[in-house]
Design a protein around this ligand. Structure first.
Ligand SMILES: [Zn+2]
Length: 75
């Protein structure tokens, strides 16, 4: 699998994206995805990570409220 060249679509961010939000189709770098996870009310829980990364998955599985958020999504 070759390295992707998609950019983070967070406003003003110029990093390469690490994951794609499957709900919106937008791509985000790891830093912006984490910022949404910790600071926003609407973290990315339906996503795919590029380059076989599990970095974001590892982060959200350690987040205290993520299970509740994901269960709400699946209902
Ligand atoms: Zn970013």
């Amino acid at each position: 699998m070759g390295r992707h060249r998609r950019l983070c679509q967070w406003s003003g961010c110029r990093q390469y994206a690490n994951l794609q939000d499957l709900d919106t189709g937008q791509t985000f770098c790891f830093g912006c995805a984490l910022a949404m996870l910790y600071a926003a009310d609407d973290p990315i829980v339906n996503y795919t990570e590029f380059d076989d990364s599990t970095e974001y998955t590892d982060a959200i599985t350690r987040h205290p409220s993520i299970e509740r958020l994901m269960q709400r999504r699946r209902r």
